[in-house]
Design a protein around this ligand. Structure first.
Ligand SMILES: [Zn+2]
Length: 493
C-alpha cells in the first residue's frame, strides 16, 4: 500500500513537472486547462494500471499512447492554427489581394491524432474568378476533403497494401484510431490520381539521380562497367467495367470483358544482385536496388515508364543491357523499339515448360520415362543447342499421335520464334546473370496478392491509382507525394 502511494506521488510529480515544462518553455504551448485535463486523464489511466495486478506493460503502453494522442491532437491544433494565422491573405495562385474576405471560417480537419479545428480566412480572387483559402493551401489541405496530409498518406499507404475493410480494422490498432473505410478508399483514389499525374510529369522530364544512386553508379568516380538487367511480364486483373449493367448486358448477350492485363517490369544492375542462403544448392537471388513498373494502361503506357526507370538505373552508363522475358510477342516488339541494342534472352523456365509438355504427352505426367526423355534435351537447351532440340522434335513428328503432335508442334514453333533469344544461357551463367525472369515473376505474384483477392473487382481508374501508389512506394519516391514522410527516414538514419 505504501509502495503504491509513493508511486502515485512520484507519478504526480513527474506529470506536474512535464506540464510546467510545456507551459514554461514552449511559446506554442497549450492553455493551462487543456494541459490539466490531459494530465488528469493520464493520471487516472496509470493509477488504474497500478491497481490491477493482471495489467501488464501492454496496458501501460496502450494507456500512454491513447493519452498522448489527445496531447498530440491539442499540439497539432495549436501549431496548425499558428501557421494559418501567419499566412499572407493573398490568392495562392496569382498573389492578387483577396476581396470580400471572411475571417475565422471554421474547418474541422481529420488529423492522425483526431479531429482538429482550424479557423482561417477566405476571400474572392477576381483574377482567378474563385474563392480561395490561402491557409488551406499552405497547410496542404484539400477543398474537397477534411483529411490532413498525414491521414491522406496513411490512407494511400494502407489501401495500396490491403483492402479498405482490412485497413479500417488495422488502423485502429496501428495508429490508435479508426479511419473509416470510405475515407480510406476515397483518399487512396485521390492520392493515386495525384501519383499518376506526377508520374506523367516525371517520365517526361530529364532524369534526376539521387545521391545514393549516384554513389551506387559511381558517377563521381571512374566508371565501373556494369550490366543492366530488365525483366518484363504481364498478368491479368479482374475489373468490373459495367457496374450495374451486368444483367441487361447479359440479356443482350454482350460479352463482359472483366479480365485485363497489367504490364509489369523491373530493372536492376547485375552487381546489385547477390546470392543468399545457407546451403549452396538453396541460394536465393537478392536484389538490393531495383526499379519497378506496373500499369493497366497498356504497352503504350509501359514503354515510357520502363524507359524512364532504365535510365534512372543508369542505362546510359551501362556496358550491356540484358532483357529477359517469356515469348510474348508484345514484349519483344517493345524491346526492339526502346532497347534496340539490348541482348535478348528467353526465360529458361518457359523454354523448359514446352519440352516438359511434350515429355508428359509421350510418357505420362510425372513418369520416370518422361524425366529420362526430357533430361538430355533440357541440357541441350541450357547449353544453347536449341537448333538440335528443334531437329530432334521434328524427327519425332512422323511417329506421333495427335496430342503428342500438338505439344511437339507448339514447342517447335515457340523455339523457332525465340531461337535468337536462346543462345546465351551458357555465357549468361558464366557471367552470373539470371537465365530466368524470376525477379519479375515474384513481383507479379506480390502485386496479385493485393489485386486478385477473391470477390474483388476493380475499375480501371481504381486499379491504376493503386498500382501507381505501390510503384511510388517501391521505387523510393514516396516522399515526392508526401514530402513530410522524409522526416521519418531522416529520424531513423
Ligand atoms: Zn488568383
Amino acid at each position: 500500500m505504501t509502495i503504491a502511494l509513493s508511486q502515485n506521488r512520484a507519478h504526480t510529480q513527474v506529470f506536474n513537472a512535464l506540464a510546467e515544462e510545456i507551459l514554461a518553455h514552449n511559446s506554442n504551448g497549450l492553455c493551462k486547462e487543456d494541459l490539466t485535463r490531459w494530465r488528469e486523464d493520464l493520471q487516472t489511466r496509470l493509477q488504474r494500471v497500478q491497481q490491477h495486478p493482471e495489467q501488464n506493460m501492454g496496458f501501460i503502453e496502450e494507456n500512454i499512447r491513447q493519452s498522448a494522442l489527445e496531447l498530440q491532437r491539442l499540439l497539432v491544433q495549436k501549431a496548425m492554427q499558428d501557421k494559418a494565422d501567419a499566412v499572407d491573405e493573398k490568392c495562392p495562385d496569382c498573389q492578387h489581394t483577396l476581396r470580400n474576405k471572411k475571417r475565422r471560417v471554421e474547418k474541422v480537419v481529420d488529423a492522425y491524432c483526431g479531429k482538429v479545428k482550424l479557423q482561417r480566412t477566405h476571400g474572392w480572387c477576381p483574377d482567378c474568378d474563385k474563392w480561395s483559402f490561402p491557409a488551406d493551401r499552405v497547410l496542404g489541405l484539400r477543398d474537397d476533403s477534411n483529411a490532413s496530409p498525414l491521414v491522406q498518406e496513411l490512407c494511400a499507404l494502407l489501401v495500396s497494401k490491403m483492402p479498405a475493410e482490412q485497413a479500417e480494422a488495422l488502423s485502429l490498432r496501428v495508429i490508435g484510431r479508426s479511419l473509416s473505410r470510405s475515407t480510406l478508399a476515397r483518399q487512396a483514389q485521390y492520392q493515386g490520381d495525384e501519383a499518376i499525374a506526377l508520374r506523367q510529369q516525371l517520365v517526361n522530364k530529364p532524369i534526376v539521380q539521387t545521391s545514393t544512386l549516384k554513389a551506387a553508379l559511381g558517377v563521381d568516380s571512374p566508371p565501373k562497367p556494369f550490366t543492366l538487367v530488365i525483366q518484363i511480364d504481364a498478368w491479368n486483373i479482374r475489373e468490373r467495367d459495367h457496374w450495374g449493367q451486368t444483367q441487361s448486358m447479359r440479356r443482350r448477350q454482350e460479352e463482359l470483358k472483366r479480365w485485363h492485363w497489367v504490364y509489369t517490369a523491373t530493372c536492376f544492375r547485375l552487381d546489385h544482385r547477390c546470392q543468399k542462403g545457407r546451403h549452396k544448392n538453396k541460394l536465393r537471388a537478392i536484389i538490393t536496388e531495383r526499379s519497378y513498373v506496373a500499369t493497366r494502361g497498356g504497352v503504350e503506357a509501359l514503354m515510357p515508364q520502363l524507359y524512364y526507370e532504365a535510365r534512372v538505373r543508369g542505362m546510359a552508363q551501362a556496358e550491356r543491357v540484358l532483357v529477359i522475358a517469356d515469348g510474348a510477342v508484345w514484349i519483344w516488339n517493345l524491346v526492339k523499339d526502346r532497347f534496340t541494342d539490348a541482348l535478348q534472352r528467353l526465360d529458361l523456365f518457359h523454354a523448359n515448360a514446352y519440352l516438359w509438355a511434350v515429355a508428359n504427352e509421350l510418357h505420362g505426367k510425372g513418369s520416370l520415362q518422361a524425366r529420362q526423355w526430357v533430361k538430355p534435351l533440357l541440357r541441350q537447351i541450357r547449353n544453347d543447342k536449341v537448333a538440335d532440340v528443334i531437329t530432334h522434335l521434328q524427327d519425332l513428328q512422323p511417329r506421333l499421335k495427335t496430342a503428342e503432335t500438338k505439344a511437339a508442334n507448339a514447342a517447335i514453333e515457340y523455339y523457332k520464334n525465340n531461337q535468337s533469344r536462346m543462345t546465351s544461357y551458357r555465357a549468361g551463367r558464366q557471367r552470373n546473370e539470371p537465365v530466368g525472369s524470376g525477379a519479375i515473376e515474384s513481383t507479379c505474384r506480390q502485386l496479385q496478392g493485393r489485386m486478385k483477392r477473391c470477390g474483388q473487382f476493380w475499375s480501371t481508374a481504381g486499379d491504376e491509382a493503386l498500382l501507381c501508389l505501390e510503384m511510388f512506394w517501391r521505387n523510393d519516391r514516396w516522399d515526392l507525394l508526401f514530402p513530410h514522410a522524409k522526416l521519418t527516414s531522416l529520424a531513423n538514419n
